[in-house]
Design a protein around this ligand. Structure first.
Ligand SMILES: C[S@@+](CC[C@H](N)C(=O)[O-])C[C@H]1O[C@@H](n2cnc3c(N)ncnc32)[C@H](O)[C@@H]1O
Length: 426
């Protein structure tokens, strides 16, 4: 007896999907497809943003994956699975334990297939059931043996826990790989496997995931991918393994921008080292960088894009919410990949000779006037009880110079003290 209920991707499924969740409701996005995909409130929290789905599908289409179908054994809304199918023009098999989600996923697959003249959807299915039951699932597609070119999974994980064990993910990676291993097409780099993981996974848990994969395919390469939507947060961590990995690029960072476009940097990650010896001087540039960049370890690759080769630089802060780069030249902010990781950047105008306190407001304003600033935003560690008052006194004090530029105040920890610098934005 079949362990799954099969849902083909056709217009019949749209009616059922409309009953479960009216399409497009309250989905705020400039992207037409995302607006029209079916999602419940819960799915909306869990699902990968459509522009990230598409970027990842483009990355996968550049990989040398063997012949075969694409499988997502915990497909949720189906958006990632069917973005792959659309980009690679291949049939997909989605499996989903939750029947309502499975219906919405099939409807989404049908909608995504309508955007292009292609026939992959005719040979695709969504199954209601357990993603571990590989043999019976493939039977629904009339397939056996090594027929899966790409296995992608984004397991459910405990929502509120700060930390969780690998075996709390559903379905479990170990079990899935055991069940699907014999059905994967093995290319020159091994099978193509993509696993979404919690961004909160500890380094030792990441090593555990690597070991699980390498136990099956010891010589295959891997690429770790971080996705950030800004605010210093890593929203998604993914391992691309075997034929889905890019040799020579063990790490990749995707940054989703507010206009839904995505920029990416890739390479070998290194840990950024802090330099407390070099003190900023007038004419240098200080840049507060998105902390997600340093979490990925790809700051060197970004700096290659951001600074001309003749510029010198060092990290004056590498931890916390506001890592800071000191450079001898301005950053090339006309490039979107550079802007994507900058919170504030400015030329050092002066070192503040006094501590930023309410009592010292007058000398601070004098320094700002000297730098032609019409605004100074406090971007330094400051007692939260005085911050709003000091900021509003600065706003009032600088209002007269409305034609000046924007600036910010940062603190730099030198080897023996804290120093404050007024920076002017370009
Ligand atoms: C994080 S969500 C997937 C989100 C999906 N990538 C998307 O973009 O919508 C994980 C899904 O796995 C499903 N799931 C959990 N255990 C499963 C199992 N054993 N078999 C199939 N689906 C499972 C859950 O119902 C949930 O919808």
């Amino acid at each position: 007896m079949s362990k799954h209920t099969a849902l083909p991707l056709n217009s019949d499924v749209l009616g059922f999907a409309e009953i479960i969740s009216p399409r497009g409701i309250e989905i705020e996005s400039s992207d037409e497809i995302q607006q029209n995909l079916f999602q419940t409130e819960k799915m909306r929290r869990l699902s990968t943003p459509w522009s990230v789905c598409l970027t990842r599908a483009e990355i996968l289409s550049d990989c040398k994956v063997g012949k075969g179908i694409i499988v997502d054994p915990a497909c949720g809304s189906g958006s990632q699975l069917f973005a792959y199918c659309k980009e690679l023009n291949r049939p997909g098999l989605g499996i989903e334990l939750d029947a309502d989600s499975a219906v919405l996923s099939a409807a989404n697959g049908y909608l995504i297939s309508q955007t292009l003249d292609s026939d992959w959807a005719n040979n695709s299915l969504v199954l209601v059931g357990d993603g571990n039951a590989s043999v019976s699932a493939l039977k629904e597609m009339e397939l056996t043996g090594r027929s899966v070119a790409v296995l992608h999974v984004d397991p459910a994980r405990p929502q509120d826990a700060q930390k969780h064990a690998l075996n709390e993910m559903q379905p479990s990676i170990n079990e899935l790989l055991d069940n699907w291993a014999d059905n994967l097409v093995i290319g020159s780099q091994g099978p193509a496997i993509i696993i979404d993981l919690s961004p909160r996974l500890l380094p030792e848990q990441q090593t555990e995931v690597e070991q699980i994969l390498l136990q099956h395919w010891p010589k295959s390469p891997m690429t770790w991918e971080w996705v950030s939507t800004g605010r210093g947060r890593i929203d998604r961590l993914t391992i691309w393994f075997g034929s889905a990995a890019v040799i020579g690029f063990p790490a990749r960072m995707l940054r989703l921008l507010p206009d839904s476009s995505v920029v990416s940097i890739a390479g070998t990650p290194v840990i950024a080292e802090k330099n407390t010896v070099q003190i900023p001087k007038e004419g240098d540039w200080l840049t507060i960088v998105d902390s997600a960049l340093l979490s990925s370890g790809l700051q060197r690759q970004w700096i290659r894009e951001a600074l001309p080769p003749e510029a010198s630089y060092s990290w004056v802060r590498v931890s916390g919410r506001r890592p800071m780069l000191l450079s001898s030249m301005p950053l090339m902010i006309d490039k979107s990949v550079v802007r994507a990781f900058i919170s504030s950047t400015g030329e050092v105008m002066s070192r503040l000779k006094v501590e930023p306190t309410i009592e010292n407001i007058s000398p601070i304003i004098v320094s700002c006037n000297y730098a032609y600033l019409s605004r100074l935003t406090l971007r330094c560690k400051i007692n939260p009880s005085i911050q709003p008052q000091l900021q509003s006194k600065l706003d009032v004090g600088l209002k007269e110079h409305s034609r000046g530029k924007d600036g910010f105040l940062v603190d730099v920890e030198t080897s023996n003290e804290i120093a404050w610098f007024i920076c002017r934005e370009p």
